[in-house]
Design a binder for this molecule. Structure first.
Ligand code: SF4
Length: 132
């Protein structure tokens, strides 16, 4: 089996999931990576809200991936406030996608972000170019 298709439940995937295109691209990228077996998507707000069971689960992961939509870095800051480390941080706007308060985006945008996460994890998702 190729590495990029290997299941890795020890990686937890989080996204900021806010009210903009880039936040929802982050959310869709985390979902896509979960579906590709690159990790398991988990509830970011539970960690950022400092709920003990969520913090315990996040801290027990081998790696924590945080996908923020923009340079405000809500997710990363929430994790810092909760005392949970972030091992891989990807910011959608850093990849050249402009933030807007709309939801007009496509599979190429999601694939770009999922691919950037895969690159940082050392395994580009198998289907990163195909969208879904
Ligand atoms: S990081 Fe940016 S896109 Fe994500 S929730 Fe915060 S302000 Fe919204």
């Amino acid at each position: 089996m190729a590495d990029c298709c290997a299941s890795n439940d020890n990686i937890l995937l989080f996204s900021c999931s806010g009210g903009s295109n880039v936040a929802q691209i982050a959310n869709d990228a985390a979902k896509a990576l979960d579906q590709l077996g690159q990790g398991r998507m988990y509830c970011a707000v539970g960690v950022a809200s400092r709920l003990p069971s969520f913090i315990e689960t996040a801290n027990a992961a081998g790696k924590r991936v945080a996908i923020d939509g923009c340079e405000v870095h809500c997710l990363k800051k929430g994790f810092e406030a909760a005392g949970v480390p972030v091992d891989v941080h990807v910011v959608v706007t850093d990849l050249g996608i402009a933030k807007g308060h709309h939801f007009n985006y496509g599979p190429d945008d999601v694939a770009l972000v999922a691919g950037a996460v895969g690159d940082k994890l050392g395994a580009r998702p198998c289907c990163s170019g195909g969208g879904q």
